[in-house]
Design a protein around this ligand. Structure first.
Ligand code: DC
Length: 224
């Protein structure tokens, strides 16, 4: 019997960095499902598939092979044989991922791949619908959030550190738009599962956030 931890929340709440660190400490594998939607957004961007045309995106799925490889706890995403782990992080791919993720066929395409990780591993999986749809029986569910201006500032700092040319106001506007899309789509919208613990990291730094989440996981999964 494996333990599954589902972490959902809005853009830039720190889900992936916190989840990766907690997984390392607990010896779980970490699965980032947002990267999978980003892989599909990237494919459409690279090949000129119109992401506002649901049917075109659905047809493109048969040309997409996505593979997830875990190397030393780091997830690599392979799109049609090429490692695109860096490319999927570009800012305009974030919005493309949010748009394609509203298409039911895209969600269906990724669901089995996502669930397969929890079948054979102790897993921490993050995304938008992990506690509500992907792993509804997860032993631990966390809804991780923070004030939107704090999330935007963290995201802005990350992008600047990577050498991207961005303005804080644009990062904030994009984040709000993406949260709106993700919370208001018809299929598997982002929302807190009834049985999820709410964790707000607005006043916490990275170490404080990791300690908070690690404690929730340990107490809920009875690992203490
Ligand atoms: O977590 P992220 O920012 O890398 O995710 C990119 C987009 O993918 C996000 O805006 C919404 C979508 N997504 C989703 O719909 N469901 C998930 N489980 C994970 C991500």
């Amino acid at each position: 019997m494996y333990t599954a931890v589902a972490i959902d929340g809005p853009v830039g709440a720190g889900k992936s960095t916190i989840a990766r660190e907690c997984a390392k400490r607990l010896g779980f594998i970490y699965v980032d499902t947002g990267a999978m939607y980003r892989g599909i957004g990237l494919y459409c961007d690279n090949t000129g598939v119109d992401i506002s045309d649901d049917n075109a995106v659905e047809r493109a799925l048969s040309d997409i092979a996505l593979e997830i490889k875990l190397e030393d706890g780091t997830q690599h995403i392979i799109l049609n044989g090429k490692d695109v782990s860096e490319d999927i992080r570009r800012p305009h791919i974030s919005m493309a991922a949010s748009k394609v993720s509203a298409i039911p066929a895209v969600r269906k395409f990724l669901l089995e791949l996502q669930r397969s990780f929890a079948d054979n591993n102790n897993v921490i999986m993050d995304g938008r619908d992990i506690g509500t749809v992907v792993l509804p029986n997860a032993q631990v569910k966390i809804y991780l959030t923070a004030d939107d201006e704090i999330r935007a500032k963290r995201r802005y700092d990350e992008l600047i550190a990577k050498g991207e040319q961005v303005a804080y106001e644009d990062v904030l506007a994009d984040l709000r738009q993406r949260d709106y899309n993700d919370m208001n789509r018809a299929v598997a919208p982002l929302k807190q599962a009834d049985d999820a613990v709410l964790a707000d990291t607005s006043g916490l730094d990275f170490d404080g956030s990791v300690a908070l989440i690690e404690n929730i996981i340990k107490s809920r999964a009875k690992l203490l």
